[in-house]
Design a protein around this ligand. Structure first.
Ligand code: G4P
Length: 526
C-alpha cells in the first residue's frame, strides 16, 4: 500500500447533523476528550461555568447561542485521523448547510431522546439523502427521561424512510442509563459515571449471563427489544448502510460520555474512507490522482485579530503540501498555498501536509468561492454546487454617503462568500442591490457582519416577491414589462425573474407562453 492509500484508508470525515440543543457541542467536546485533545470536559457542560464553545465565534452566534460558522476539527483516534466538519446550527436551511455536507463522507444524526426528530434534523437529513451520505443515528441524552427506544426508532422509519438498525441498545430506560447491549457481540458494556461527566466513563464488559445477574429485567428487556427489531429485518448491514438505506443506531449520553467510544468505533469500523469525486462533464477524480480539492466554504472576520478571508477546501486527491502552487480551475490562475491552516474556533495551526478527506483553511483566498476547484498537474473541475432557489428578497441600502465604499465592499465580499445571493439591475443601480436568501436568517447574518466587520449600518426593505425563476436575454425585456415581475442579474451571471406569487406566475405563463421561466432547485425539494 502506498503512503497515500494508507493515509486515505485511515481517514474519516464526518459532520454531526442535529437540531439546536440536541447536544452537538457537548458531543464535540466528548469526542475531543476521547481523542485526548482536552483532559477534561466541562466548558460546555453545566450552565454556571459555561464558556463559549470552541466553534462559536461571531457576536451574533453568542447572542443567539448558535453556531453559524463552519470550521473543522481534526483529531487522531485509534490509529485513525478523524475530520469533524461543523454544520451551521441555525434553524434556517441555507446553502451553507448543503456546501458543508458536500465535504463529508458520513453524517452522525444526533437526536434528543425526549424530542425525537426535530425540524432542523429532518432538513439536514434530506440533504444527506440527496447527496447519498450514509447516516449513523445517535440517540442522545439517554441519562434523562425520554421516550421509549422502539418508539424513537419507529419515528425515524416512518417519517424519513430510513431503516434504523440497532448497534448499541440501551440497558435501562431513558433516565436510568446503565449501559449498552452490543448487538453485534451480545456483550454488555456497563458504564460508570464520573464526577460531572468530566472524564471518559470507565467501561466494564460482561457476558450475557453476568449482565442478567447484574441488571435483571433491564437486561432482559434490552435483549428482547433489540432481538425483536433484528427479527423483523432491522439488522445492521454494511452495504445497506453505505447505500443510505439503513442507519445503525447508538444510544448515548454525550454529557456523561456514555456511548461516545461506540460512536467513534462505528465511524471508524463502518464509515467510509474518502473516495473519488465526480467531475463536471463525466468521470471521476480518483484519490491517487494528482492533488485536487474542492472549496466548500469561504468566510471572513473569524475574529477581530485576524480580519482575513479564509477559504476551506476539502482535499479530494493526491497529497497537499503547504507552499505548493496549485491552479484555481475557475480562473486558470496559480494560487500559492503558503498560508494553509487548520482552523477550529479561534485556534489556528499551520498545516504542512494534508490527504484526501482533510479540510484545510487557506488565508487571503480572495478569488476562491464555494464550489471552486484547485488542482495540481492534471486539470480537474468538480461539479458546481447548486445555488438554491431564493424565497426571500430584500433591498439593501446605506444612508450615509461616507459609508458607501465600505458598503459596496461588504456586499461584494459577502456575495463571493456565498452568505447571500446578490441581484442587480440597471433600474435599481448599484446603490441598492437586492439580496436574495433561502432562509431569512441569512439577512440577519449580513446585517450583523456589515456592522461588525465593515462599520456599516444598512437598511433592509422587504420586496413583495416570493419566487425566483431562471430566464434568458430573449425573454428578459418582455418579462420586465409585466406587473409583479422584475428581472435581475445574479453575480454568477444568471438572469433571474422575481415574481410576486404563483398566481402571477400562472398568469404570465399564459400571457407569454414563449418566455423562458425555469425553476431553480428548491431547498424544500431535496
Ligand atoms: P447544541 O450544541 O446541539 O445546541 O447543544 P449543546 O451541546 O449546547 O447542549 C444543549 C443542552 O443539552 C446543554 O444544556 C447540555 O448540557 C445538554 N446536554 C447535551 N448532551 C446531554 C446529555 O447527554 N445529557 C443531558 N442530560 N444533557 C445534555 P444547557 O445549555 O447547560 O442547559 P440545561 O441542561 O441546564 O438545561
Amino acid at each position: 500500500m502506498s503512503e497515500l492509500t494508507g493515509e486515505v484508508a485511515r481517514r474519516r470525515t464526518f459532520a454531526v447533523i442535529s437540531h439546536p440543543d440536541a447536544g452537538k457541542s457537548t458531543l464535540t467536546e466528548a469526542l475531543a476528550l476521547h481523542a485526548r485533545m482536552i483532559s477534561e470536559a466541562g466548558a460546555i457542560h453545566g450552565k454556571a461555568g459555561r464558556k463559549s464553545t470552541v466553534s462559536d465565534w461571531m457576536e451574533l452566534e453568542k447572542a443567539r447561542g448558535i453556531s453559524v460558522s463552519s470550521t473543522a476539527l481534526q483529531f487522531e483516534y485509534d490509529e485513525h485521523t478523524i475530520n469533524l466538519v461543523d454544520t451551521p446550527g441555525h434553524a434556517d436551511f441555507s446553502e451553507d448547510t448543503y456546501r458543508v455536507l458536500s465535504a463529508v463522507d458520513t453524517a452522525v444524526m444526533l437526536i434528543d431522546a425526549a424530542k425525537g426528530l426535530e425540524p432542523q434534523t429532518l432538513k439536514l437529513f434530506q440533504v444527506c439523502r440527496y447527496r447519498g451520505i450514509p447516516v449513523i443515528t445517535v440517540i442522545n441524552k439517554w441519562d434523562r427521561p425520554g421516550r421509549s427506544p422502539l418508539e424513537l426508532l419507529d419515528e425515524i422509519n416512518e417519517r424519513i424512510g430510513l431503516l434504523p438498525t440497532p448497534l448499541f441498545w440501551p440497558v435501562g430506560i431513558a433516565g436510568d442509563f446503565r449501559g449498552l447491549l452490543d448487538c453485534t457481540t451480545g456483550e454488555y458494556v456497563r458504564f460508570e459515571r464520573t464526577a460531572g461527566g468530566a472524564t471518559i466513563a470507565p467501561e466494564e464488559h460482561l457476558d450475557a449471563a453476568a449482565a442478567l445477574e447484574r441488571e435483571g429485567d433491564a437486561w432482559t428487556e434490552a435483549v428482547e427489544e433489540s432481538e425483536l427489531l433484528i427479527a423483523s429485518g432491522q439488522e445492521h448491514d454494511e452495504a445497506r448502510f453505505l447505500a443510505g438505506e439503513t442507519s445503525p443506531v447508538i444510544f448515548a449520553s454525550a454529557m456523561l460520555n456514555f456511548g461516545v467510544r461506540q460512536i467513534l468505533g462505528t465511524l471508524i469500523g463502518d464509515g467510509p474512507a474518502p473516495g473519488p469525486r465526480a467531475l463536471q462533464g463525466g468521470g471521476e477524480r480518483e484519490i491517487d490522482d494528482p492533488f485536487s480539492a474542492i472549496v466548500f466554504k469561504v468566510q471572513a472576520g473569524m475574529d477581530q485579530a485576524h480580519r482575513d478571508r479564509l477559504a476551506f477546501m476539502r482535499v479530494v486527491s493526491g497529497v497537499f503540501e503547504r507552499g505548493m502552487v496549485v491552479t484555481h480551475a475557475q480562473t486558470n490562475k496559480p494560487f500559492t498555498t503558503k498560508y494553509a491552516l487548520t482552523v477550529f474556533g479561534r485556534d489556528r495551526t499551520t498545516v504542512e501536509r494534508a490527504y484526501p478527506g482533510d479540510v484545510v483553511g487557506l488565508v487571503n483566498a480572495g478569488a476562491l468561492a464555494p464550489g471552486h476547484t484547485l488542482y495540481a498537474d492534471r486539470p480537474a473541475l468538480f461539479e458546481p454546487m447548486p445555488a438554491f432557489a431564493p424565497e426571500h428578497f430584500r433591498v439593501v441600502r446605506v444612508d450615509s454617503a461616507s459609508k458607501y465604499k465600505q458598503f459596496r465592499k461588504a456586499i461584494d465580499e459577502l456575495d463571493s462568500e456565498g452568505v447571500v445571493q446578490v441581484l442587480r439591475n440597471d433600474i435599481r443601480g448599484d446603490a441598492s442591490p437586492v439580496l436574495a436568501a433561502v432562509g431569512p436568517m441569512q439577512f440577519d447574518v449580513v446585517a450583523a457582519r456589515m456592522r461588525a466587520e465593515y462599520g456599516v449600518d444598512a437598511r433592509f426593505e422587504a420586496l413583495p416577491y416570493t419566487l425566483a425563476l431562471r430566464t434568458d436575454k430573449d425573454s428578459a425585456d418582455e418579462l420586465g414589462r409585466q406587473r409583479g415581475v422584475e428581472v435581475f442579474t445574479r453575480s454568477d451571471g444568471a438572469l433571474l425573474a422575481l415574481i410576486s406569487d404563483k398566481w402571477r406566475l400562472q398568469y404570465i405563463e399564459r400571457e407569454l407562453p414563449g418566455a423562458t421561466l425555469e425553476p431553480l432547485v428548491a431547498a424544500g425539494d431535496l
